[in-house]
Each structure stands twice: as structure tokens, then as C-alpha cells.
Design a protein around this ligand. Sequence first.
Ligand code: ADP
Ligand code: MG
Length: 171
Amino acid sequence: MRRPNILLSGTPGVGKTTLGKELAAKTNLVYVNVGDLAKEGQLYEGYDEEYECPVLDEDRVIDELEDKMIDGGVIVDYHSCDFFPERWFNIVFVLRTENSFLYDRLESRGYRGKKLQDNIQCEIFQTIYEEAMSSYKEEIVHQLPSNTPEDMERNLDQIIQWIEQWIKDNN
Ligand code: ADP
Ligand code: MG
């Protein structure tokens, strides 16, 4: 059975991981967290002193995921989206969160100072949405509000419906 590949992207804290895991639990798709994958395989190519975090080795991440993506049925979760092969994804969702909600979520995750401000700015300037719009066909890129638990439920329902329809249309 053919199954679609879905990209969940957006600024840290918007709810990608929560939504992605729920989706995988409710469908026969597999959830992949690119940050965790990189950590497990040490798929890094250096260290960013300013942000105090390792720099992703994008080529090795792509090599690592390629076979899975060809099989289909993968939900990919990452806060950036411009380095994946465009052909991988059947649909791209960019989650969006209002500042006041995002600020609280990032603060309770322990983000402070520049790291907190930069992530809030990233959301204000809709950086990831624009990245997605320039990396994929515009018609497959969708923004989803992710402010409240009700938003989360609605997004889950909508994506599950989309998956079911895609599977009907492609098998
Ligand atoms: P991301 O993976 O995008 O960084 P997470 O899924 O880890 O985001 O969510 C960050 C925090 O925000 C978690 O505590 C999660 O429960 C909460 N959260 C995410 N989405 C929503 C939402 N739509 N409504 C309320 N809380 C949310
Ligand atoms: Mg996450």
C-alpha cells in the first residue's frame, strides 16, 4: 500500500513533536524526529558557538532517511525545511503559534535571552513558512494554527482525513 510522506515544520515550540507523535499513534505512518535522529547517529558537522548547539550534517541526515522516504508513510518533524529533497514530501505543514503562547512554551523549556528572542523573532517574521514556500510547491504548503489544545485536535483530525483520502486516491 502506498502511503504519503508528511513534513511537520515550524519554529521550536509550535507543537510539531506533540502533533507528529499523536498522528503516528492514530495512523499507520511512522514518526521521525530529525533532531533525535541526528543526536543518535551524531550526524553533525561542527559546533555553533553562538547558539551553543551542534550543526546538523544535512547530507548525512538525507542519506540516513532516503530509503525510508522512498518507501513512504513517514512523518518528518524538524524546525527547518529547506535542505530536504523536495520530492520526498506529498504535503508540508508549518505550525504557527502566537507570540504570547510561544514565549511561555519556550521559557518553560528553559530558553532564555538571545535564544528565546531569536526564536520569537523567527515566528514573527514567519521565517519557516517562507522557507517552506520557497522550498516546495506552494500548493502543498499549509499553515496550521497551534495555539490551543482545540487547535491541536482540529489539526489532528484534518491531517488524518487528508491521509485517508490520499491513501484512497493512490492505491
Ligand atoms: P516542537 O516540537 O514544535 O518544539 P512541542 O510539541 O514539543 O513543540 O510542544 C512544545 C510545548 O507546547 C509542549 O509542552 C506542548 O504540550 C505544548 N503545545 C504544543 N502545541 C500546543 C497547542 N496547540 N496548544 C497548547 N499547547 C501546545
Ligand atoms: Mg520537537
